[in-house]
Design a protein around this ligand. Structure first.
Ligand SMILES: Cc1cc2nc3c(=O)[nH]c(=O)nc-3n(C[C@H](O)[C@H](O)[C@H](O)COP(=O)(O)O)c2cc1C
Length: 174
């Protein structure tokens, strides 16, 4: 199983949670887990579509890692979806690139899990992440249970290290 971790954080030098998860992912064997800092690769937002598609084709599990921003992702992930998941490649005639591949979201939320409840017009984290689940469904990929770190701004070093270990487990689980 080859896993591709695409990290979408606008400034990892100011990140704690996503930086910790990225470091944990980079400790895994590089021949099975590829980790990419997408904002560093594309600082002007212009994505190399052919390179991204080739990487997806070479891996079995695609992990989209990002901090939750306004119940969604930083803008580059949306751009990545809009540009990389092309007609004729990801969907439509001959568009079968994602069929059978696993897709997993890994996200960090500033809020506690108790804020993600379906009461008073609220939504669960699963509902918040439903656009990604629907993307996986539309492309006939296999949706993996999201990896979520709540209260991401409150975690001390020990809690971040623990999240990193749990992330490694999630990335290497069959
Ligand atoms: C523009 C912006 C929007 C945010 N929106 C949300 C949000 O909708 N829900 C939430 O729980 N946290 C939200 N947060 C908090 C981030 O999720 C939090 O800063 C991030 O997970 C911390 O990760 P980091 O240490 O890798 O930067 C937001 C933060 C920013 C800067």
């Amino acid at each position: 199983m080859k896993t591709l971790v695409l990290v979408f954080h606008p400034d990892l030098s100011r990140s704690r949670a996503n930086a910790a998860l990225l470091s944990a992912a980079r400790e895994l064997p590089a021949d099975t887990v590829t980790v990419r800092d997408e904002y560093a690769l594309y600082p002007n937002g212009k994505i190399d579509v052919a390179a991204e598609q080739q990487l997806v084709e070479e891996h079995d599990r695609i992990v989209l890692q990002f901090p939750l921003y306004w119940y969604s992702s930083p803008a580059l992930l949306k751009e990545w979806e809009d540009k990389v998941l092309e007609y004729g490649w990801a969907y439509g005639t001959d568009g079968e690139a994602l069929v059978g591949k696993q897709i997993m979201v890994a996200t960090t939320a500033g809020g506690p899990e108790s804020e993600y409840q379906p009461v008073d017009n609220g939504a669960t984290i699963g509902e918040v992440l439903s656009p990604y689940r629907m993307m996986a469904r539309y492309t006939h990929a296999v949706w993996r249970e999201p990896f979520v770190v709540f209260e991401s701004m409150e975690l001390d070093d020990a809690a971040l290290a623990d999240a990193g270990r749990r992330y490694q487990d999630a990335l290497t689980a069959e």
